[in-house]
Design a protein around this ligand. Structure first.
Ligand code: HEM
Length: 454
């Protein structure tokens, strides 16, 4: 890692156009470079960085786009000083209409208004109440786990975070049968999986067709419970969204509550699963770190408070390192609503832009031996994440920075805390998970680990 930060480019000279995509980088007709991205995202970033620099041309489904690489370029777009970058038109192309009007998909003044209200759902006393709910939900979700030589950790964690969400977000759904709840879960997953759909229209038997039906099921399910949630105050997120208001008395209407609920469940689900399963993989491959984290976990009781979870120092280092090595949201997208300049390069209005967050996390300019698992790099003595303001951005930055980041850390640590107390596990040190990168990255083999009870 070089100690000094790369010199910013001279932005005062006339802006240059985005470099032209060379013929051998154009990819296949229609899908462009998407298949190459899915095969090896970091390889593609590196190639573009070396060939084109921080604002690189990129071709996705039928359109030319720009890829921002490195913390200077990504930082400029995240800060969005001239309000040229919008979220809605960019994310809705990726995740489709199924997360319509979620906080991440609205922009500018409207976004500011909604974010001010939602902030109330993530203040410390609320986080403490959610954390109290987390422990029994985790205990119940893990009750069916059994020691296994090939325990599919990723799939089990995915189910666990879904079970946790049913309680934490919904507060349980008392008048819904298990069969109906399973249908709701399937509908939710159909919406999430739509991001990887090739046919992007409401066509039966396609991912998008299933997602359209799924969104309908979710909406009617949530609408059914809405009057009861409005009528009483409980500490699940559904009820909280119904009751929070700003000091000026701004509140969410019924449609807002439903749209935000569907989006929040999506935002919380795979991201937390990926973080936890990455931690399991690396701790399974680095038993010394696993033992270090276990010692801290065993020093606490079975249901630690927010302050106690925050005190799990080694686990926190491991979580940061996992988020660096496998950012659950490796790319953040934007769409320009007017012409702008990034790193001296002119990006025209109406351009799709992809910010390669994951690439920054692996740049040798900012990290020592970037592909190595080395949680100490985040220790107070080293703080490599401070090598650049935007060197470590798994939660994004600017006004759309993840509103659930503290809560995500608590959920991940609460799961890990219980796992460390109850189990040991190991993973072959040479294991490299076969990743699916079509949507959020996950190990296609389900991340098999050898799990034994303590
Ligand atoms: C490790 C877990 C998580 C990661 C890595 C993550 C990552 C991100 C990223 C990168 C963004 C910024 C997107 C952009 O700039 O366009 C974001 C936004 C958001 N996240 Fe998370 N997230 C996580 C967990 C959660 C959880 C648990 C919740 C809710 C309970 C949540 C709710 C949101 C919301 C509402 C936004 C939109 C914020 C806005 O636009 O103002 N996230 N997240």
């Amino acid at each position: 890692m070089t100690a000094e930060v790369r010199e910013p480019r001279d932005n005062r000279s006339a802006p240059r156009p985005i470099p032209t995509l060379r013929r051998d980088d154009r990819g296949l007709p229609f899908v462009g470079q998407l298949l190459e991205y899915a095969k090896d995202p970091v390889g593609l970033y590196r190639h573009h960085w070396e060939r084109y620099g921080p604002v690189a041309p990129f071709r996705t489904v039928g359109r030319d786009a720009a890829m921002l690489l490195g913390p200077d370029a990504c930082g400029e777009a995240l800060q969005n000083k001239d309000k040229a970058f919008a979220n809605g038109p960019a994310w809705s192309q990726l995740v489709g209409p199924f997360f319509n009007r979620g906080l991440m998909l609205i922009d500018f003044d409207e976004h500011h208004g909604h974010r001010r209200i939602m902030q109330e759902a993530f203040v410390r006393p609320r986080l403490e109440a959610y954390t109290r709910r987390l422990h029994p939900a985790i205990e119940q979700g893990m009750a069916t786990w059994t020691a296994d030589e090939e325990f599919p950790a990723h799939w089990r964690l995915k189910q666990l975070t879904l079970d946790i969400a049913a309680d934490l977000f919904m507060g349980g759904a008392r008048d819904t049968s298990q069969a109906e709840m399973d249908r709701v879960n399937r509908s939710f997953i159909a919406c999430v999986q739509a991001a990887a759909g090739i046919i992007r229209a409401n066509v039966p038997f396609t991912r998008w067709g299933r997602a359209y039906r799924g969104r309908g099921v979710l909406e009617s399910f949530l609408r059914h419970y809405l009057p009861a949630k409005r009528a009483t105050q409980t500490d699940d997120i559904f009820s909280v969204l119904c009751h929070i208001e700003t000091d000026d008395g701004d509140r969410f209407g019924d449609d807002d509550v439903i749209n935000h609920m569907v989006f929040l469940m999506m935002a919380a689900h795979d991201t937390s699963t990926i973080t936890t399963s990455t931690m399991l993989q690396y701790l399974g491959q680095h038993p010394v770190w696993q033992e270090r984290c276990r010692t801290e976990a065993l020093a606490l009781g079975p249901a630690p408070s927010v302050a106690e979870l925050e005190g799990l120092v080694s686990l926190d280092l491991v979580m940061r390192e996992a988020l660096r090595l496998r950012a659950p949201v490796p790319v953040v997208v934007r769409h320009t609503v007017k012409e702008t300049v990034v790193q001296g390069v002119r990006i025209p209005e109406d351009t799709g832009v992809a910010l390669g967050i994951q690439f920054t996390h692996l740049m040798e300019d900012y990290w020592t031996n970037p592909t190595a698992f080395d949680p100490e790099r985040f220790s107070p003595e080293r703080r490599e994440d401070r090598s650049h303001r935007f060197a470590w951005e798994p939660f994004g930055g600017g006004v759309h920075k993840c509103i659930g980041m503290y809560f995500a850390g608590l959920e991940v640590k609460a799961i890990m805390h219980r796992l460390l107390r109850e189990y040991h596990w190991s993973v072959d040190p040479g294991y490299v998970p076969p990743m699916d990168n079509h949507s959020l990255p996950f190990p296609k083999d389900g991340l098999p680990i050898t799990l034994t009870r303590n």
